[in-house]
Design a protein around this ligand. Structure first.
Ligand code: MRU
Length: 364
């Protein structure tokens, strides 16, 4: 996608050809700043502290983290250590484990002298594959938006509700949930997006709103609790979210609050779609509620909030009584029965074992 007219991905190699550069997403929407990563520790910190976030981008960053590790020491022990460090940064998005395993199996039986070049080539391939995959998700999802627009009579914009940030900032480019929106918008379909602010880290208010605005897509930020009300009043034509891990039976784990939107969508008859690349499917898990580890983050993300003050400086303020406890569950699981369909790079399928198997027969 473009930032002020300049094509941009979320992760790329520095001019020296070995260091890795990322957008520091903790500074958006108020500042567009990039950060240079030189070691696997830098990459791990960027993932843990959420300078990069979003399931596919976490995976891509871990892949480049292993390149940086191989550059320092291409031996098995060093790579194992780096894989462990990177793999422990965030527990829920399965793309992290997927990307690390892709890298490890690509490097495993190679002579040490070849490993650095092979690692960089594989990380670049993972990134390019993510871009092509997300573009394909966009192409398969775009007709769903057009159908909703037609159903609404084509006399007004089609209203799509999304949660968290599953746009290009969450991937290498294009995004998952937002890819169909960008393509529909580019094709002249009038799209308006309801953007859930997505407390506590406000990925919707800060990131989704920023990237939609940069692309010229009409949008409105709402508090997380407003979606149900809007659906009851016919103001949402469809919901599209991303996911951090989808089970082999179609359960969807995504940012906390996704489940409540799916419940409201079911009650009001609003279609609820989830967009995902192949790398987000965990074929080893069938029961999302029982088997997916849910990340619990620092309570300070709930008790405090950061923003820009009137004088332009960034500041953090406290929200809760000092003595109050706070809990910060970062993800929840939406059971497959509440999901209208999964939008993948291979097409749209039912959120079920049969639906996924039909699209990915090799997983049989
Ligand atoms: O905690 P985050 O910001 O990494 O959570 C991101 C999400 O929940 C996204 O919806 C998900 O990763 C899909 S991104 C294409």
């Amino acid at each position: 996608m473009k930032v002020d007219g300049v094509p941009c991905r979320t992760i790329w190699l520095a001019e020296d050809g070995w260091a890795v550069e990322i957008i520091d997403q903790t500074r958006l929407p108020h500042a567009f700043a990039t950060v240079r990563l030189e070691t696997p520790e830098d990459a791990a910190r960027a993932i843990r502290d959420m300078l990069v976030r979003g399931a596919p981008l976490i995976g891509a960053t871990a892949a480049y983290g292993l390149c940086l590790a191989a550059r320092a020491d291409p031996g098995d022990e060093a790579l194992d250590r780096a894989a462990e460090l990177l793999g422990a940064t965030r527990p829920t998005a399965v793309n992290l484990r997927w990307a690390i395993e892709e890298m490890r199996s690509h490097l495993r039986n190679r002579p040490h002298a070849e490993r650095v070049a092979a690692a960089y080539a594989k990380a670049a391939e993972i990134c390019d594959d993510d871009v092509a995959t997300n573009r394909a998700i966009g192409e398969h999802g775009r007709p769903l938006i057009e159908q909703a627009w037609t159903k609404a009579g084509r006399g007004r914009a089609v209203n799509v509700l999304t949660h968290c940030n599953a746009g290009w900032l969450a991937t290498v480019d294009w995004g998952t949930a937002l890819a169909p929106i960008y393509l529909a918008h580019d094709d002249g379909i009038p799209v308006h997006v309801w953007v859930d602010e997505t407390r506590p880290r406000n990925q919707g208010a800060a990131l989704t709103a920023w990237e939609l605005g940069k692309h010229g897509v009409d949008h409105t930020v709402i508090v997380d609790n407003a979606g149900g009300h809007l659906m009851q009043h016919g103001k949402v034509d469809l919901c599209i979210t991303g996911t951090d891990r989808t089970t082999a039976s179609g359960d969807v784990c995504n940012k906390i609050g996704t489940y409540l939107k799916a419940l409201a969508a079911r009650d009001t008859g609003v279609p609820f779609y989830v967009a995902l690349p192949h790398s987000t499917i965990d074929w080893t898990v069938r029961d999302g509620l029982a088997e997916i580890p849910i990340e619990e983050r620092d309570a300070a993300e709930v008790t405090e909030i950061a923003g820009r003050a009137a004088d332009g400086t960034t500041t953090t303020v406290s929200l809760t009584p000092e003595s109050s406890m706070a809990a910060n569950y970062a993800f929840d699981v939406t059971p497959a029965r509440l999901v209208t369909g999964l939008i993948t790079e291979r097409g749209v399928c039912a959120a079920s074992a049969e639906g996924l198997r039909a699209l990915y027969p090799e997983r049989g």
